[in-house]
Design a protein around this ligand. Structure first.
Ligand code: FES
Ligand code: FE
Length: 424
């Protein structure tokens, strides 16, 4: 009798073109592999420059389970520092945000600058001079880069640049930012934190799932008399698109949804936001302003953790194989106070403590997790729309709004990352 082979999971078998194995959501070994090959290697969204506007501002963020301090040093440079004292590893920042010239560890009082350098320590005579001090700054995320103010970090010293990683998703981020009359997103509204007992990939897949809204969100669509429901129906012209690199989009622009209502993307019209519309016209002229307002804000999942859903932004943080936090904030735009007020109000109603939208999704994540954790893990089907997806004009695979084109794109990329460097 041959002993079972113990080794890496066979990702080429577990991830197939039209199905994925349930163990991908439940096996702690696979979660450890994902940390090594995805979260602690590829570019991961961490925070936005607008969250640290002033010199010496800091905010506590994360890359998966790793706590990270995003700072702006006194010269204006943004850093991603590990939230770990270089003396005995005490977690340095407990407060979520603040402004200080010196981050002080509570254990033995070492202090660090917002650039990560060790500023000083008590009882200096116990140390042998400045040489040690120079090498005892805070650990840092290996590579830091930003696009349109969105700050990403990677623990890999080499590999694709951030621009290469984002690929076609840069266009989608451009479409978000141009909604500001001053071409700038500002995340100033604070964050909601939703914790779910589910694997992180359940969230990533659902964010880009156009099949469930008609069912899971039926009650909020009914109460809100929202036109969004129509975008995720069999009759919708909206398009599910695999942008490559694990990034996906539901394209809801009018050419894909047979609708032409300025600002219709968040259920209002131009007369409701006169100041915002006036500012956009002044900057862009009537025709371009109209085009921007009709196109609206995108619905995009930037792999592995940044989801922008028209009016709000979600950041996914995996903690364990069946434990994930989702951080949510309303999009806010520089130079658009009336729009910002409306967005804040809308997001409170959809994903706030009294909102239905995220609560309904969270219920599905946890039920899904209980399902995949069955004693005999089986396959999850990803076949919807496979026969009808095709390459669009830009060469991206596209399908109907309710097709699983997006999930297949995500899994193709995960398979690539999990098998990269393996012998064929
Ligand atoms: Fe931070 Fe000792 S652990 S000063
Ligand atoms: Fe949903």
């Amino acid at each position: 009798m041959t002993a079972p082979t113990v080794g890496r999971p066979d990702y080429a078998r577990l991830i197939q073109a039209d199905r994925v194995h349930g163990s991908l959501y439940t096996d702690p070994r696979i979660f450890a592999d994902e940390l090594a090959r995805i979260w602690y290697r590829t570019w991961v969204y961490v925070g936005h420059e607008s969250e640290v506007p002033e010199p010496n501002d800091y905010v506590v963020k994360n890359i998966g389970p790793q706590s990270v301090i995003m700072t702006r040093d006194r010269h204006g440079t943004v850093h991603l520092l590990l939230n770990r004292c270089s003396h005995r590893a005490n977690q340095l920042c407990e407060a979520a945000r603040g402004n200080t010239g010196a981050l002080r560890c509570q254990y033995h009082g070492w202090t660090f600058g917002t650039d990560g350098s060790l500023l000083g320590y008590p009882f200096r005579q116990g140390y042998d001079g400045n040489e040690a001090k120079a090498s005892l700054g805070l650990g840092r995320v290996t590579r830091v880069d930003s696009y349109q103010g969105f700050v990403f970090g990677s623990f890999a010293a080499d590999g694709p640049t951030l621009r290469e990683h984002l690929g076609a998703a840069t266009d989608v981020l451009d479409r978000v930012v141009r909604l500001s009359p001053e071409n700038e997103v500002r995340l100033t509204a604070g964050w909601l934190r939703h914790e779910v007992r589910a694997n992180w990939k359940m969230l990533v897949e659902n964010e880009t799932d156009g099949y469930h809204p008609q069912f899971v969100h039926a009650s909020i669509f009914e109460v809100g008399q929202s036109h969004v429901a129509a975008m995720y129906s069999e009759k919708s012209a909206a398009t599910a698109r695999d942008l490559g690199g694990g990034h996906t989009e539901h394209d809801l622009r009018p050419q894909f949804r047979a609708e032409d209502v300025p600002l219709g993307w968040f259920g209002t019209t131009v007369d409701r936001l006169p100041d915002y519309v006036r500012a956009m016209r002044e900057v862009h002229g009537d025709a371009t302003a109209r085009e921007i307002l009709v196109d609206g804000s995108p619905h995009v999942m930037i792999f592995p953790n940044l989801f922008i859903a028209e009016i709000q932004m979600f950041v996914i943080q995996p903690l364990a194989v069946d434990h994930t936090i989702q951080h949510v904030t309303p999009l806010q735009f520089k130079g658009a106070p009336d729009l910002n007020k409306r967005l804040l109000h809308q997001v409170s109603g959809s994903v706030g403590p009294a909102g239905f939208l995220l609560a309904d999704d969270s219920e599905m994540y946890e039920r899904n997790q209980r399902g995949v954790a069955s004693r005999v893990p089986e396959w999850l089907v990803l076949r919807r729309g496979l026969h009808r997806e095709r390459a669009d004009a830009e060469g991206h695979l596209a399908g109907a709004a309710t097709d699983e084109t997006t999930q297949r794109g995500i899994w193709r990329h995960i398979k690539h990352l999990m098998t990269e460097g393996e012998q064929a």
